[in-house]
Ligand binder design. Structure first.
Ligand code: NAD
Ligand code: DAU
Length: 349
């Protein structure tokens, strides 16, 4: 297959590109990425020089370039991950979220439909999030039948994209599949999401900012389990269907941060010997902060034969070690465009 992977220089995309190229040496992966602040070619270093990998710097809203890419590389599958992905940024400035997540997805759908023509068996996988389902109470979990109730401009933009994707199946017969995943952790996550923020701030002995009372719950999955899920959805999923991926690892933010701190106390004890958890500080809550996410992945398990392979505590320990071993990566990706944004919006950190 010639696979168009959008957003392949981001966190999940770069892990997915590495996974696909290792697992399917006969497939070609065409990574298409705008290289925003969140996209870094350095995350794709391990596949540099691999003749099955092509990188194209481009914006998914650029219809002529997307059209040319379909034609030049005879694309026969799309894994669509390109997005503005950070909830906090969507609160500070939603416009780019609407442009990339809604208009960009629309552009890709149009170009796939036109390039493949009617009756094509080629598949378009739309990688979405559990956040489109809104917030849960104390019990229950999101299933594929949970009604949409997005609460942030980010989740609303992803929900809009999902609806467009669905409509291209029903109206035009485009073979689409949408996946919803819970919070990912692992190597190459951009250092403004919770886990890398905590690790890097702790090492720098800066405060560890916890929004609100820290009792919000996220359901964590290792990024490579998500990557395998996307791949199996592409190869074994049914067109028009939706699959949820999660790994049954619900943590309150405060417990998760305390766990990371205790791991760091062992792996990299602070020179003043004070526990890292001393740095925890409760800060102003995120507006519209969803209380709890939890995913029911029984459909993916029974219909796709997928299940997560990584145990949370073991894989989280490896993730912390990865950051400790790759501090130069974090420094480099935080340079440039990101620095000025951070200075302007997160002065107090
Ligand atoms: P990320 O922010 O790390 O990466 C996004 C990538 O998209 C970057 O490389 C960026 O340069 C690229 N991009 C942004 N705008 C673009 C545009 N207009 N044209 C082309 N490329 C563009 O995000 P991530 O965490 O890797 O998430 C990837 C996808 O998975 C997103 O669609 C996100 O909604 C979804 N998702 C993420 C999570 C998670 O926990 N991170 C969970 C579920 C779903
Ligand atoms: O659920 C899937 C989603 O997970 C994806 O769709 C998003 O792209 C991804 O960014 C992630 O969204 P979250 O908002 O859940 O992730 P984030 O790492 O920003 O925050 C995780 C939790 O930690 C959330 O409850 C907010 C809280 N938080 C976050 C930061 C950055 C803090 O308490 N302090 C922080 O500094």
């Amino acid at each position: 297959m010639n696979i168009l992977l959008t957003g392949g220089a981001g966190f999940i995309g770069s892990n997915l590109a590495q996974y696909l190229l290792k697992t399917y040496p006969n497939d070609k992966v065409i990574t298409f990425d705008k290289l925003t602040y969140a996209g870094n070619l350095e995350s794709l270093k391990s596949v540099e020089g691999n003749s099955s990998h092509i990188f194209i710097k481009g914006d998914i809203c650029d219809a002529p370039l997307v059209r040319k890419t379909f034609k030049d590389y005879d694309i026969d599958a799309v894994l669509h991950l390109a997005a503005e992905s950070h909830v906090d940024r969507s609160i500070l400035g939603p416009k780019e979220f609407i442009e990339t997540n809604v208009m960009g997805t629309f552009t890709l759908l149009e170009e796939a439909k036109n390039a493949w023509g009617s009756g094509s068996e080629n598949v378009f996988v739309n990688v979405s999030t559990d956040e489109v389902y809104g917030s849960l109470g104390k019990t229950g979990a999101f299933t594929e039948l949970t009604p949409y109730a997005p609460n942030s401009p980010y989740s609303a933009s992803k929900a809009s994209a999902d609806h467009l994707v669905r409509s291209y199946f029903h109206t035009f017969g485009l073979k689409v599949i949408t996946t919803h995943c819970s919070n990912n952790y692992g190597a190459f996550q951009f250092p403004e999401k919770l886990i890398p923020v905590i690790i890097l701030n702790a090492l720098a002995r800066k405060k560890l900012p916890i929004y609100g009372d820290g009792l919000n719950i996220r359901d964590w999955i290792h990024v490579l389990d998500h990557a395998r899920g996307i791949d199996v959805a592409l190869r074994s999923g049914k067109a028009g269907e939706v699959y949820n991926f999660g790994a049954d690892a619900e943590w309150t933010n405060i417990d998760l941060v305390r766990f990371i701190c205790s791991e760091l106390d062992e792996l990299r004890p602070a020179t003043d010997t004070r526990p890292y958890s001393d740095l925890i500080e409760f800060v102003k809550d995120r507006p519209g902060h969803d209380q709890r996410y939890a995913i029911d992945s029984s459909k993916a398990k029974t219909e796709l034969g997928w299940s997560p392979e990584n145990d949370f505590k073991t894989a989280m320990r490896s993730t912390i070690k990865w950051y400790l071993d790759n501090l130069d990566w974090t420094e480099r990706v935080k340079s440039g465009e990101y620095i000025s944004y951070y200075a302007e919006n997160y002065k107090d950190r």
